[in-house]
Write a protein that binds this ligand. Structure first.
Ligand code: XAN
Length: 423
C-alpha cells in the first residue's frame, strides 16, 4: 500500500506522460511516470456478473410476485414473453434492461430471452451496442399447456436454435455469445432435450437452464420423467451438464446431485431474491461451496424484483443468516465470500474466468469505479468519517450503496457508464 503525503492511501495510479510547471521549472515533462492520487472513499472493483437474468421479464419486474413458481409462469410469465414476437416491444424492453443492468454495475449478464429468434438476436445486438458482455439464450420449449401459442414443435425449436447460433456468431460481436437454452425440464420433451444437448456439444457452446427450484416443480418433473432417478439425471442423460453449463436455483438438490455437478463441471446460479419472492426455497450456498461446485449470483429478474447484483449480495448474506438462525451450526457466508461470488465466482460459473472476474494480469478490464461518498448517494459522510480503516470502504458500499455509488463502468477497457444514449 502506498500512502500520500496527506496521510490517506493512494487509490488511483495513472501512468503516462505528465506535463506541469514547478517553481524551479516553467515546464516539466515527466515521461513514463506514475502518478498516485489520494481520493479517499473511491476504489475500483471488478465488474459484477449476473449469471441468471430473464431480459424479457424486465417489463414486469417488481410486480406479480403473489404466486408460487408454476402458477406464476402460467399466469404472468408465459403471456408476457409471448409478446416478444413484436420487435418494437422487444427493442424497448431489451434496451431498458441492458442500460439498467450496466448502470447497476453488471458488466457481464447471462440472459434468457424468449422463444423468438429475431427478438433474441436483437438482444444480442443491443448488448453489443451498449458494450455489455453477454451470453444470450433463445429459449427452447415444446411443452406448454397453459399458453398454447407460446411453444414450439421440436423441429421449430431445433431449426430456430441453429439459426440463432449461426446468425449471432456471424455478427462477430466481440463480447456477445449464444447460449443453448432449454427453459427447464417440464417445458421440454426428451426429444428436444436430446437435440439441444447435441447442438451444444457440436458447437462447443454454453448451456443454461433451471433446476430444482420449487417443491411442486420437483413433483411435476417426477410425473413427466418417471424413468429418471433425479432431476439432475434428466439433464445429464442428454449431455446438458458440462463445464459450460449454468443451472439456476438448485434449492432442493441432494448432495448426490451436487456431486454430479462437481464431476461434470456444471455450475449453479444462486438467485436469492427470486427464491424468497416466489417462496421457492433457500439455497444452502455453503453446502454448494463445500461440494466444490462453481457458484455465481443471479438476479433472476423477474422472479427476483431487483436487477442489481448488489441486491443479490445482500440477499445471499440474508439467506445464509436465515440458515444460521435455523441451525446455529451453519457456517454463515462472510461478506468477503459473497463479494467473490458476485465477481470472480460469476466468472468461474460462466467459464469466463480466463478473461474476467478480477484484476489479474492478462484479463480484460471489466471494472467499476466506486465512490463511497458520492454526492446524493445513500451513504452519509458522517458515517464514514467514523471509520478509522480504509479497508472498511469496500463492505460498506455493496451493503449500503447503490448505483449512485457506481460512478463509472468499464467493459473490456471501454467506458460504458456514463454513456451516450444510443436508443
Ligand atoms: N423455471 C423458471 N424459474 C424462474 O424463476 N423463472 C422462469 O422464467 C422459469 N422458467 C422455468
Amino acid at each position: 500500500m502506498c500512502w500520500s503525503q496527506r496521510g490517506g492511501p493512494v487509490t488511483h495510479v495513472f501512468r503516462g506522460t505528465f506535463i506541469h510547471s514547478t517553481p524551479e521549472t516553467a515546464l516539466q515533462v515527466l515521461e513514463d511516470a506514475l502518478l498516485g492520487v489520494d481520493t479517499a472513499g473511491k476504489f475500483f472493483m471488478p465488474g459484477m456478473i449476473d449469471t441468471h437474468i430473464h431480459a424479457s421479464q424486465y417489463s414486469y419486474a417488481g410486480t406479480a410476485l403473489d404466486m408460487p413458481l408454476l402458477q406464476w409462469l402460467n399466469t404472468y410469465t408465459f403471456p408476457v414473453e409471448s409478446h416478444f414476437k413484436d420487435l418494437e416491444f422487444a427493442k424497448k424492453v431489451y434496451t431498458q434492461v441492458v442500460k439498467r443492468t450496466l448502470r447497476n454495475g453488471t458488466t457481464t449478464a447471462c440472459y434468457f430471452a424468449t422463444i423468438h429468434t429475431d427478438a433474441s438476436l436483437l438482444l444480442g445486438q443491443i448488448a453489443n451496442d451498449f458494450g455489455q458482455r453477454a451470453l444470450v439464450g433463445k429459449v427452447c420449449m415444446d411443452r406448454n399447456n397453459s399458453v398454447k401459442h407460446y411453444r414450439e414443435t421440436v423441429q421449430e425449436s431445433v431449426d430456430e436454435t441453429h439459426r440463432f447460433i449461426k446468425e449471432l456468431l456471424n455478427k462477430k460481436y466481440p463480447l456477445v455469445k449464444p447460449v443453448v437454452t432449454p427453459r427447464f425440464a417440464p417445458s421440454c420433451t426428451e426429444a428436444l432435450l436430446e437435440q439441444l444437448g447435441t447442438i451444444a456439444k457440436n458447437n462447443n457452446l454454453h448451456i443454461q437452464s433451471h433446476i430444482s427450484e420449487n417443491i411442486d416443480e420437483l413433483k411435476l418433473v417426477k410425473e413427466l420423467f418417471p424413468d429418471s432417478e433425479t432431476y439432475t439425471d434428466i439433464y445429464h442423460k442428454f449431455n446438458l451438464l458440462t463445464d459450460k453449463t449454468i443451472m439456476a436455483h438448485g434449492c432442493h438438490l441432494s448432495d448426490k446431485e451436487l456431486t454430479v455437478f462437481r464431476e461434470t463441471g456444471t455450475s449453479l446460479s444462486h438467485c436469492p431474491n427470486s427464491n424468497v419472492s416466489l417462496c421457492s426455497g433457500i439455497l444452502d450456498a455453503r453446502n454448494v461451496l463445500n461440494h466444490k461446485v462453481k457458484l455465481g449470483l443471479g438476479t433472476d429478474v423477474a422472479g427476483g424484483y431487483s436487477s442489481s447484483i448488489l441486491d443479490a449480495v445482500r440477499r445471499t448474506l440474508d439467506a445464509s443468516k436465515v440458515l444460521t438462525i435455523q441451525n446455529p451450526q451453519h457456517q454463515t457466508l462472510t461478506f468477503e465470500e459473497v463479494f467473490r461470488l458476485a465477481t470472480l465466482g460469476g466468472s468461474q460459473a460462466l467459464s469466463l474466468d480466463d478473461q474476467i472476474g478480477n484484476f489479474e494480469i492478462g484479463k480484460d478490464f471489466d471494472a467499476l469505479r466506486v465512490n463511497v461518498a458520492a454526492r446524493g448517494g445513500p451513504i452519509d459522510l458522517v458515517q464514514f468519517d467514523h471509520l478509522t480503516s480504509y479497508s472498511l470502504f469496500p463492505p460498506i458500499c455493496p451493503l449500503k450503496g447503490d448505483d449512485r455509488n457506481i460512478v463509472e463502468v468499464f467493459v473490456a477497457g471501454r467506458k460504458v457508464v456514463p454513456c451516450e444514449d444510443l436508443a
